[in-house]
Write a protein that binds this ligand. Structure first.
Ligand SMILES: [Zn+2]
Length: 309
C-alpha cells in the first residue's frame, strides 16, 4: 500500500463515524496536495484532516485515536512513527532554541525518552511530575537514541493518576581508565535542537557555525569484567572536577588552547575509582550520580584493556 493510501486509510478511519466520505476521495485530496502542490505528506495529512474536521464540525479532540498506536517507551525503536504515549514528565530542561517550547524527559514503567515540543505547535505547557496521555507524537532518532516530538496535531490530556517510572538505570563501579576525544571544553552547534559537537568549527549537518561552549567527559570505566562508556554532561563534569564552564573557558583563553581543559581533567580523574549511576542510552551510561571510591589504579595497565575495546 502506498504511503498516501495508508494516510488516507487512517483519516478515513478517524472520520468514518462522523461523515460519509470514501477512502478514494481522501486519497485524491492528499495526492493533489502532495503531487501538484509538493506539500510534504505530513502537512498534507494535517490539511486534509482539518478540512474534514470543518466539514464534520468537530474538534480534533473528538476524533478517534486514528492511526497512531499506543506504545510503551521501551518499544520505541523506529524513527518517524506516529504514536500515543502515556507518560510522566520526569524532568524539564532549558530549551536551547526559540523554536522549542519545551524539552525534557518522559518516563513510563518501561523506561525514559526525551521529548521536544515545538513552539509553533501551540500546545499547553507540560509540568514536571505531571502524567499525560500524549496522542499523535512522532518518534525521532539521533545516534541510536530515540526521542519524541510533540507537534501541532498532538493532543495532550492530563491524567489524574501517578505512574511508576521504569528503572532503566545502570550502576558501574570501577576505575576510570581513559578519557576519549571529544571530552573537556567542546563546542556544540547552536542551530535549533541540533547540539551536535563541532569538529574543527563545523557541524556535520549545518556546516560552519558559531559554536556554543559546553563541558563534557566521555570516559571509559572498567569494572574488572567489562569496559563501559560513560558520559558526564556539563553538570556532572562540573561536579566531578570542581571546574566550572566559565573557569574552563578562562583556562582555555589563557592558554590559547582548548585542549588544555581535557588534559587537566584527565590528570584529575584518570586512574580513580568511581561508583557511577545513571540511565543507559544506547551504549552509553549517562552519569547522574557519581561517588568517588577508595583506591587508585595503575592506569597504564588498564589503558591497555580500554584501548583493546
Ligand atoms: Zn548543527
Amino acid at each position: 500500500m502506498s504511503d498516501v493510501r495508508e494516510h488516507a486509510d487512517d483519516i478515513h478511519e478517524q472520520f468514518s463515524d462522523h461523515i460519509d466520505v470514501s477512502v478514494d476521495e481522501i486519497e485524491d485530496r492528499l495526492t493533489t496536495l502532495v503531487d501538484e502542490y509538493k506539500v510534504p505528506i505530513d502537512e498534507a495529512r494535517r490539511s486534509v484532516t482539518n478540512h474534514y474536521l470543518e466539514e464534520a464540525d468537530l474538534e480534533r479532540e473528538e476524533l478517534a485515536g486514528g492511526s497512531s498506536e499506543d506504545v510503551r517507551i521501551e518499544d520505541v525503536d523506529e524513527p518517524e512513527q506516529w504514536i500515543d504515549l502515556t507518560a510522566k514528565v520526569i524532568e524539564l530542561w532549558d530549551p536551547r532554541s526559540d523554536a522549542v517550547a519545551q524539552v525534557g524527559l518522559l518516563g513510563d514503567p518501561t523506561g525514559t525518552i526525551k521529548f521536544t515540543k515545538w513552539a509553533k505547535s501551540d500546545l499547553p505547557a507540560l509540568e514536571e511530575g505531571g502524567v499525560y496521555e500524549l496522542r499523535n507524537v512522532v518518534t525521532d532518532e539521533y545516534q541510536g537514541r530515540y526521542s519524541v516530538k510533540l507537534n501541532s496535531t498532538t493532543v495532550i490530556e492530563e491524567l489524574d493518576e501517578d505512574i511508576e517510572v521504569g528503572n532503566d538505570t545502570s550502576v558501574v563501579e570501577g576505575a576510570l581508565v581513559d578519557m576519549q576525544s571529544g571530552s573537556g571544553l567542546i563546542k556544540r552547534c547552536p542551530k535549533e535542537d541540533c547540539t551536535r559537537v563541532l569538529q574543527n568549527g563545523r557541524c556535520n549537518e549545518h556546516g560552519e557555525v558559531e559554536g556554543e561552549f559546553d563541558l563534557r567527559i566521555k570516559a571509559v570505566v572498567d569494572d574488572g569484567i567489562d569496559a563501559h562508556e560513560v558520559i558526564f554532561d556539563k553538570e556532572a563534569t562540573e561536579e566531578l572536577t570542581g571546574l566550572s564552564l566559565e573557569e574552563a573557558k578562562e583556562m582555555a583563553m589563557d592558554a590559547l588552547d582548548t585542549t588544555i581543559v581535557a588534559d587537566e581533567i584527565a590528570e584529575d580523574i584518570v586512574g580513580t575509582y568511581y561508583r557511577i549511576e545513571g540511565p543507559t542510552f544506547g551504549r552509553y551510561v549517562l552519569a547522574d550520580d557519581v561517588e568517588e571510591l577508595d583506591g587508585t589504579v595503575d592506569a597504564e595497565d588498564l589503558l591497555i584493556k580500554a584501548r583493546s575495546m
